[in-house]
Design a protein around this ligand. Structure first.
Ligand code: TTJ
Length: 654
C-alpha cells in the first residue's frame, strides 16, 4: 500500500514539473530575461524569508563562469527529515512539488516575501541541473536534481543523487546552485546589474541583512571577480537618502513612521525635495508595486488629512481658505512605502498593483495616528511648518499655471497650430498602428519625411534641443517650442491633464544620432516623458529608433550592421572584397536608405523603453539631468558614457 501511494504521489510530482517545462510562460511570465531572473528570485526569496524572520544574517548570490548561479544563506537549513504525509524529505518536497517553496510548512513564516509564490520547484524544472547543500546540526547534506526533458518519456524521476549526508560541518545554512536551461531561455544569461539592483533594493527593505553579489565572469580592476555588498542599518531611511542623493532637498530631515498589527506591518519614509512632482515607491512583501494600489491610496489620504488638520490648527490655512489638495502636499515628495501582509492580491495587466480593499483603511488608520503624533512633537515643528507652507504655495503655483496655460491655449487658437511648417502628419487614422518619429535635426527630418510610409508614419523634426525638464519649472517647460510641439502632436496634453486615451500614435519613436548629442537628446526626451507623461513610458509606447552604424557593400549587394558585433560577424562571413562605410549620423542616409534600415517595420530594429525599476529610473534621471554637477560627472565617469538612460531600453524581437 505504502509503495503504491509513493508511486502515485511521484507521478503527480513529475507531471507538475513537466507542466512547467511545457508551458514555462504560465509560471514565470516569459522565457526572456525577465523569466530567467524570475527563477533566480524564487530562490533568493526563500533565503530572504529565513533572514527576514531572524534566522539568517547573510544572503549571497554568485554568478559562475559557466553562467550557473549559487544562492547561499546562513539560516537554519532546509529541513532534511522525512515529511510524514508525503514520505519525502523536506528539501525534496521544496524542489519537486509545485507551489510548495519554503511555504510547505504554512506556519513557518509570518510574512512570506517573494514574487508570485510559484516556488523553488519551478526553478528546478527550468534548470539543466540543480544542487542543494544543507548545513544543519553539524552535518552537511547534498541532493542533486536534473530536470525532466520535455517531449521525452519520464523515467524514474528527476533526482540524480538522493539526499545524502556527505560530511560534518561547523557551518549552518543552505546553498542552492543551478544552471538555467538553455532549452528554455536560449542564450539569455543572468545580468550582474539586474541582480545587483534587486539585492540593493532587498537590503534597503530588510535592514541589517547583508546581501552580496559576486560575478566570476568579470574581473574588476584588482583582478578579482566583481563583487558588491549591501547592508543598511537605516532601512527605508537609507533608501530615501539613496533615491534623493542627486536632488536638492527642502530639508535634510527624513520622516520615518511605522506601525501595524499582528498580521500587518507598515513602514514609511518621506523626504521633501525641491524637485517637481511626487515620487512614491511602494512595496508589498518586498515586491515592487509600480502601479500603486490600496496601500498608496491609504497613504495619500492619511497624509492629506493630517496636513490639512495641522494647517488649520496652526493657522497656516485661514478660515476663508479652502483645503489644500493632496497633490499639492506631495509636490517634491519622495516617499517609500513598505507593507508586509498575508494573502496579497495583485491587480492590473502587469500584476503590479495591490488590490486588497481592506488595506486602504488599515494604512490610513495607522498613518493618521502616527502622523498626528509626529507633526505635533515640538522638535518636528520646523519640518511640519515647511511641508504645509510648501503645499499651500504649490496650490497657488498650480492656479497660476492653469491660468498661464489657458492663455497659451487662446493664443494658439488665434495664431493657428504651432505645428505649421514642421510637422508631417500621416494620412491613416488608425491610432493603434500609427507611429510618430521625433527626429533630431531638420535635414534628417527631411529624409525621414521622404522615406517614410505616409499612411501610418508621421514625422516631427526637432530644430534645437528641447528643454531639460529636470531643471526647469513647469511653467517654463511648456513655453519651450520643441516641447510644445511634441505635446500638441501626441494629442495627450501633459502633466495632470495628460490623458493616454487621446494618444494619436501607438509608437512614439525617438530618432537621434548614435553620438553624444543624440544621447543627450534621447535623455532629455525620456526625462520629459518620464516626468510629465509617465504612462506613455510605463505602457510601452516609447521607442528608440536604431539607425545602422555601418554599410557594407560587396559586388553591388548591400548590407547594414547595427553594432560592432554584427559588423564583425558580417565582415567575417564576407571574407574580404567589400567596402565599408561608417555612418556618422542620420543625415548621411538618403530617404530610400533610411526607409530600408530604420523606418521599415520589417527590417528595422527598435528599442522599447521600459521602466521596471522605478527607484533606479528616478535616480538615473535625477543624476543625469539634475543640478548636481559633481555627481553627474562621477556618474558619467563610472558608467563610461552618457547612454545609461538607454539602459531602460529593451531590444525588440530577438
Ligand atoms: C523551514 O523551517 C524549518 C527551518 O528552516 C526553514 C527553511 O526552509 N529554511 C530555509 C530555506 N533557509 N533557507 C532556505 C532556502 C534557501 C535557498 C537558497 C533556497 C531555498 C528553496 C530555500
Amino acid at each position: 500500500m505504502a509503495a503504491m501511494e509513493y508511486n502515485a504521489g511521484n507521478i503527480v510530482v513529475l507531471e507538475g514539473l513537466e507542466a512547467v517545462r511545457l508551458r514555462p510562460g504560465m509560471y514565470i511570465g516569459t522565457t526572456g530575461a525577465k523569466g530567467l531572473h524570475h527563477i533566480l528570485w524564487e530562490i533568493v526569496d526563500n533565503s530572504m524569508d529565513e533572514a527576514a524572520n531572524g534566522y539568517a544574517t547573510h544572503v549571497g548570490v554568485v554568478i559562475h563562469q559557466d553562467n550557473s548561479v549559487s544562492v547561499t544563506d546562513n539560516g537554519r537549513g532546509i529541513p532534511v527529515d522525512i515529511n510524514k504525509k508525503h514520505k519525502k524529505s523536506g528539501v525534496e518536497l521544496v524542489f519537486t512539488v509545485l507551489h510548495a517553496g519554503g511555504k510547505f510548512d504554512n506556519n513557518e513564516y509570518k510574512f512570506s516575501g517573494g514574487l508570485h509564490g510559484v516556488g523553488a520547484s519551478v526553478t528546478n524544472a527550468l534548470s539543466k541541473w540543480l544542487n542543494v547543500n544543507i548545513y544543519r546540526d553539524g552535518l552537511e547534506y547534498r541532493i542533486e536534481f536534473h530536470s525532466p526533458k520535455s517531449g521525452k518519456k519520464i523515467k524514474s524521476g528527476i533526482i540524480k543523487t538522493p539526499l545524502t549526508q556527505i560530511g560534518r560541518t561547523k557551518k549552518k545554512g543552505t546553498t542552492v546552485s543551478f544552471m538555467p536551461d538553455s532549452e528554455v531561455f536560449g542564450d539569455e544569461i543572468i545580468s550582474f546589474d539586474t541582480v545587483k539592483n534587486r539585492l540593493r533594493e532587498l537590503a534597503f527593505l530588510n535592514k541589517n541583512i547583508t546581501l552580496t553579489v559576486e560575478d566570476k565572469r568579470v574581473l574588476g580592476d584588482d583582478g578579482k571577480p566583481k563583487k558588491f555588498e549591501f547592508c543598511y542599518k537605516g532601512g527605508l531611511i537609507d533608501f530615501v537618502n539613496y533615491v534623493n542623493e542627486a536632488k536638492t532637498k527642502q530639508s535634510n530631515k527624513i520622516i520615518y513612521l511605522e506601525g501595524g498589527t499582528d498580521n500587518f506591518e507598515l513602514q514609511v519614509a518621506i523626504q521633501y525635495t525641491q524637485h517637481y512632482g511626487e515620487n512614491i515607491i511602494s512595496y508589498v512583501n518586498n515586491i515592487p508595486t509600480t502601479d500603486g494600489g490600496t496601500h498608496e491610496t491609504g497613504f495619500k489620504s492619511a497624509l492629506t488629512k493630517a496636513l490639512n488638520e495641522y494647517a488649520r490648527k496652526n493657522n497656516l490655512l485661514k478660515a476663508k481658505d479652502t483645503n489644500v489638495i493632496g497633490e499639492d502636499y506631495r509636490d517634491g515628495m519622495t516617499a517609500i512605502i513598505s507593507v508586509k501582509m498575508q494573502n496579497i492580491q495583485f491587480e492590473g495587466q502587469t500584476k503590479s498593483k495591490l488590490g486588497n480593499p481592506e488595506v486602504k483603511g488599515i494604512v490610513e488608520s495607522i498613518l493618521s495616528e502616527r502622523l498626528d503624533l509626529y507633526l505635533n512633537e515640538s522638535r518636528n515643528k520646523d519640518i511640519a511648518t515647511l511641508i504645509v507652507k510648501a503645499g499651500v504655495n504649490a496650490s497657488k503655483v498650480r492656479e497660476a499655471e492653469r491660468q498661464a496655460k489657458d492663455a497659451q491655449r487662446k493664443k494658439n487658437a488665434m495664431t493657428g497650430s504651432v505645428l505649421v511648417g514642421k510637422f508631417s502628419a500621416c494620412t491613416g487614422r488608425n491610432t493603434s498602428i500609427n507611429e510618430i518619429f521625433i527626429v533630431e535635426g531638420d535635414s534628417a527630418g527631411g529624409s525621414t519625411r521622404q522615406g517614410r510610409d505616409r499612411s501610418f508614419q508621421a514625422v516631427l523634426p526637432l530644430r534645437g534641443k528641447p528643454l531639460n525638464a529636470e531643471k526647469k519649472q513647469k511653467a517654463q517647460i511648456i513655453q519651450n517650442e520643441e516641447i510644445r510641439t511634441i505635446v500638441y502632436a501626441l494629442g495627450t496634453d501633459y502633466d495632470r491633464d495628460f490623458n493616454i486615451a487621446d494618444l494619436k500614435y501607438d509608437k512614439v519613436i525617438i530618432l537621434a544620432d548614435a553620438d553624444q548629442d543624440g544621447a543627450h537628446i534621447r535623455a532629455i526626451l525620456l526625462t520629459f516623458f518620464y516626468r510629465y507623461m509617465r504612462q506613455l513610458v510605463t505602457e510601452g509606447h516609447v521607442y528608440i529608433g536604431m539607425p545602422p552604424l555601418y554599410k557594407i557593400e560587396k559586388k553591388g549587394s548591400v548590407k547594414y550592421a547595427y553594432d560592432d558585433k554584427e559588423l564583425e560577424k558580417m565582415t567575417a562571413d564576407l571574407k574580404g572584397g567589400y567596402t565599408l562605410q561608417r555612418y556618422k549620423g542620420l543625415g548621411e542616409m538618403n530617404a530610400e536608405q533610411l526607409w530600408e534600415t530604420t523606418l521599415n517595420p520589417r527590417r528595422r530594429s527598435l528599442l522599447r523603453v521600459t521602466i521596471e525599476d522605478a527607484a533606479e529610473a528616478d535616480l538615473i534621471i535625477s543624476t543625469l539631468m539634475g543640478d548636481d554637477v559633481e555627481m553627474r560627472r562621477n556618474f558619467i565617469f563610472e558608467n563610461a558614457n552618457f547612454n545609461k538612460v538607454d539602459l531602460f531600453a529593451k531590444k525588440l524581437g530577438g
